[in-house]
Design a protein around this ligand. Sequence first.
Ligand SMILES: [Zn+2]
Length: 244
Amino acid sequence: MIKLNRKPKPKILIQNEKTWSSNLMAAIASHGGYSKIPKEKKEPLINHYKHKDIKSNLFESSRQKCAFCETKPGESGNIEVEHFAPKAIYPNLTFEWSNFLPCCRKCNGSKLDHDTVQEPIINPYNVDPEDFFDYQDIRITAKNNNAIGKLTIDTCGLNSVRLMEPRAKILISLNSYSQSLEDAITNYKNADTAAKKTIRKRKIAESLEIIEKFTQPTEVFSGYCKFYLKTCEPFNMAKKIIEE
Ligand SMILES: [Zn+2]
């Protein structure tokens, strides 16, 4: 999970949120509750939040990735607009821009109607997840055992096999790139002329560029990769050499 920055509210929402919301609230009042509105009546009342302009604006801010697990569900067509505070409990927030999160179907299904108002979990638009999560091998963990981090991991299923498998693959790649970096550093240190040193320093810079690509916000699991590199010795040594 990484920090996300919310884009300005889309025009379609500015123009219609009041009407959409009051129509929904009127139906709730006349049927005696959100869950009591018949499905065929409820769908057309709520599905405005799936408008293409809302989706594109929202998904762009997360680079088409799930806000919770950082997979790219867009590739398989499963990215959804999720209501952070569930609309079934807080229907007044059905068209609230700040309540929308881009989410994969798996995380959305796992979170379900978890009441984030009563039992808050991490919202990456509001806080920096880096302050709440660490990783241990291929598992995400709550930094210093913090309660909100733990609850987020459990609620969204962030240590399920579907996420640990790709993390394991990335870990193998990161390991092999860090090995290359280590070799490049050794070569650099063994260079016996200034010219060789310059060339070998460039090689280090090239290897760094490759490994740092994993941490770009556009990449899947970039939070995980960032954490790995923080404690990766060859990476930190290479950075120092480049800055010399
Ligand atoms: Zn997800």
